[in-house]
Design a protein around this ligand. Structure first.
Ligand SMILES: [Zn+2]
Length: 229
């Protein structure tokens, strides 16, 4: 398996796009290898079926130029801090050997996003331990960043995505079953009540702080590592 520059985990297909779709596109445009791993098939979603959502995820992945999109098939609303889930995620990190890993921010109104955040943090730690699953080569991830899904907290890092924002819009629109109210038997959820406009407004407002059009924000528990001199 070819090594990835970036590996992004989400609880559900569409999490990565909401948080950092434009940043993903910016990286793939620059020729970097980006993979997304969804922990679940979002089978508890009120709208759309697993099959439809997988088609939507495939379309969004193509728009963003992902090298790989995988799904661990863990249970939706059944993510818990337990050894098997941590091990599966650890092995995914060791498979793709990324320099950077991204996970949902550690606070969010959806408990699965919170749990995904926690599980990935544990797995990044385990990935470097040579005595954890000694049959698989360990990987030291340079930095773990957290992206925002539903709630907004103060980011420590922001990427200028002004030039590539349209790709994020298109990738999110690919998830029509989640964000639109067209079709039969649709129930109203926070996602199809102006959600995409709110995501765009969030990214627009963050851009304002740098006098640019759009920015995506990230948090880290480690200081940002840069070369000042
Ligand atoms: Zn989600």
């Amino acid at each position: 398996m070819e090594a990835m520059d970036i590996l992004i985990f989400g609880a559900h297909p569409d999490d990565a796009e909401i948080g950092m779709g434009a940043t993903i596109f910016k990286h793939t445009q620059a020729g970097r290898k980006v993979a997304v791993c969804d922990l679940t098939y979002a089978e508890m979603s009120s709208n759309g079926t697993v099959e439809i959502r997988q088609q939507e995820a495939k379309a969004a992945s193509e728009i963003l130029g992902l090298a790989v999109r995988s799904n661990l098939g863990l249970p939706d609303r059944g993510l818990f801090l337990e050894r098997e889930a941590i091990e599966r995620i650890t092995l995914e990190i060791r498979k793709y050997r990324p320099r950077l890993v991204f996970a949902p921010y550690w606070q969010d109104r959806h408990p699965d996003h919170v749990m995904c955040s926690r599980l990935v943090e544990e797995a990044v730690f385990n990935a470097k331990l040579r005595n954890f699953r000694p049959d698989v080569e360990p990987v030291t991830v340079q930095q773990l960043y957290f992206y925002f899904i539903n709630d907004v907290y103060e980011p420590q890092v922001a990427t200028d995505v002004s030039e590539v924002y349209e790709a994020k819009r298109q990738a999110l629109r690919a998830y029509a079953s989640q964000f639109t109210q067209t079709g039969r038997d649709i129930v109203a959820t926070p996602l199809n009540q102006g959600y995409l406009e709110r995501v765009e407004a969030r990214d627009y407002l963050l851009g304002q702080r740098f006098f640019i059009r759009y920015a995506e924000g990230f948090a880290s528990k480690l200081p940002q590592r840069i070369e000042l001199f």
